[in-house]
Ligand binder design. Sequence first.
Ligand code: CTP
Length: 472
Amino acid sequence: MNLSSAITHNNIFHIVNICSQRIKQRSYVIGGYVRDFLLGKENPKDIDILTVGKGIRLAKEVSKYIKPLPKIHIFKRFGTAMLEYDNKKIEFVGSRKESYHFHSRKPIIESGSLQDDQNRRDFTINSLAISLNNDDYGKLIDPFGGLLDLKKKILRTPLDSYITYSDDPLRMMRAIRFSTELQFMIEESSFQSIKKNKNRINIVSKERIIEEFNRILLYKKPSIGLLLLYESGLLSIILPELTLLQGIEEKNGFKHKDNFYHTLQVVDNISKDNSNSLWLRWVALLHDIGKSYTKKFIPKIGWTFHSHEFVGSKMITNIFERLKLPKGMMKYVKKMIKNSYKPVALIGNDISNSAIRRLLFDMGEDIEDLIKLCLADITTKNKEKKDHYKRNIFILMNRIKNLEKSDHIRNWKSPISGNDIMNTFDINPCKEIGMIKNLIRDSILEGKISNDKNSAYIFMLKKGKELGLKKK
Ligand code: CTP
């Protein structure tokens, strides 16, 4: 197969072609760019240039042909270099052979041929190379049948899959990530090798695991990857709290749903209809984790998971610390899970406005995310029930909208500040200030006074007096 017409002249490939000839190093474009290009992706992002020789030397030569002269980032330790061209990162690396020590996924590297370099790669579809050399410019070099695998939508390792995953266990996550993104099958024997090597994931840093995990979560249908993680045994190592949700129990004719498969459905729902937010997807993933710890059977009533949202939200600190997730997002995830059941509890005509104001106050800007979660949480297959639950949430949304219009609780700031209280009663900081502020807040949320400065001021004078304070 010759791709020279596709690899147009007058671009970076043309420059690499000229420079490779000048410095007498054969060069190829390889890896993700070739894969994505052959898959017909519009604009593959980064380009890996492989050269049989020194990567840094080729990068320096290439930079001379680009105007204005680009900055070259040189990674001496790895013998690689990177420069930016046409909004793309162009990486230059010398072809290499790799060998591994059992306790590390960092390889020992020595220079090698193009074939050595293709051998060391994770999947046949990532081993494809296109020549940038004069004698065979544009020729696809495909020693492992990667092109056919692209057509058959299969992920296969070039060499023995057990060794490929054992050498670099991150590749198990990558296999599942590619499978989710491209909707490719992982070859059966390869999947068996992932199962056998699952415990080797422990030599990979949490950051790298989470990087792949987050990518899986961000695709259109994350359940593809989450299921593969589960079936391979990797999920019970990374996130055992989630796999504990799997299973259905039946007693005296009472059954509960399988909360693991329900969770996967919720994550897919939130991804499909509602949100590109990674952290809302994490919320969907973790929203029921308290259930395995709160499950109870009550005769004649059935299965209950009382307070699972509180227990679940308490489990978040541990998960975030263990997986090195960003501390800055922890508060949001905890708050969302803690309140995840509230909107459902606020459904019905007998629910007071003050209960809804309280929810708006607690959730602030995140109220919309909470409603999205509640909608995604409706996974019943019964159409009537589904429509009924949805309708109820839409009614609640309307009430929220109307209340927000009249009361502006969402980003609520007390109309009376601590300073106002100190000045009015001529007092220094003391506990009475906090007490009055809380009373003002509660009275506004309960609708006893309106949310404006004048009403709050009159209320403050009254409460101050009751607490024995005198107006200045
Ligand atoms: N690679 C590998 N093993 C890894 C990581 C990478 O063999 N653990 C190889 C693959 O051939 C891959 C190339 O290095 O194609 C570049 O890696 P990277 O940029 O991480 O991935 P891409 O395949 O380019 O895909 P994406 O950009 O979607 O991550």
